[in-house]
Design a protein around this ligand. Structure first.
Ligand code: UDP
Length: 244
């Protein structure tokens, strides 16, 4: 079994998340890419956390290519950073409360300043860095801040397990696992320029900036090769599902 993505647009994803805030119903958002898929192949618990999430967004271009290869093409990408920004914009219109969890000390606060500046009306319910020991204390701090949504940027699979482990205790309707997005929102890591984003090759930009990442990026072609094998076997189990 493989990851099953929601075949939806950014607007639909944000509308679904906002509806979850209004209904106070749980919406766990994950943004799997090629690296996630290879990890999920070895780790059934991770695969289960991903597939049981309410929104499974196709962040990477590799996912779009893989969906075409297996004959179940997705409409397009919904990037994690783009989702965070669009959600912040929608929440700002209604004065909703966003909590920022993750990244090195100080980064979430920087992201909070940038977000408040860009989306007037948005309330930052609280912030916490991603290097903590006592998860229970962090859960308490989050609940005490009464957020409507939370960005969980601890890297994968840590962020997905954190969201699942505390699913019952966390009183936050929308929780989105967004990896390195906090660094981008804080302005510490530059998001790829529009040229790269348009072509879907942010990975190339990131590789040029951080050549150390080549070991992680080698997973992209391996993932696509997996898709070719699924296709040859006639396995469409990673086909997109409808958000409904
Ligand atoms: N991180 C964290 N706590 C940890 C490990 C990582 O908060 O215990 C943060 C790290 O500082 C970075 C993000 O999680 O901001 C992970 O970034 P990465 O580039 O690995 O994620 P990607 O965008 O590739 O998913």
């Amino acid at each position: 079994m493989t990851i099953s993505f929601d075949n939806i647009t950014m607007d639909e994803a944000v509308a679904f998340a906002m509806e979850s805030i209004h209904q106070r119903r749980r919406c766990r958002v994950v943004t799997p890419n090629a690296e996630f898929a290879l990890e999920a192949k070895k780790n059934p618990r991770f695969l289960n956390v991903l597939n049981s999430s309410q929104l499974v967004l196709a962040d990477g271009i590799s996912v779009i290519y893989a969906s075409r290869i297996v004959g179940a093409p997705l409409q397009g990408r919904v990037t994690g950073v783009g989702f965070a920004q669009a959600l912040a914009a929608a929440m700002a219109k209604e004065g909703k409360r966003l909590y920022l969890l993750g990244a090195k000390p100080g980064v979430a606060e920087q992201a909070a300043e940038k977000l408040k500046e860009t989306y007037p009306g948005l309330v930052i319910a609280g912030t916490h860095d991603g290097y903590f020991r006592e998860e229970g204390d962090v859960v308490q701090a989050i609940n005490a801040a009464h957020p409507d949504a939370m960005l969980v940027c601890l890297g994968a699979p840590k962020q997905e397990f954190f969201m699942e482990d505390h699913d019952g205790e966390l009183e936050v309707p929308v929780m989105a696992g967004l990896g390195g997005s906090m660094d981008v929102l804080a302005g510490n890591v530059k998001w790829a320029p529009p040229f790269f984003r348009k072509l879907g090759i942010e990975w190339l930009y990131r590789l040029c900036k951080e050549p150390k990442r080549w070991k992680r990026m080698i997973k992209l072609p391996i993932y696509l090769w997996d898709a070719v094998k699924w296709k040859l076997k006639g396995d469409r189990s990673n086909a997109a599902r409808n958000a409904g």
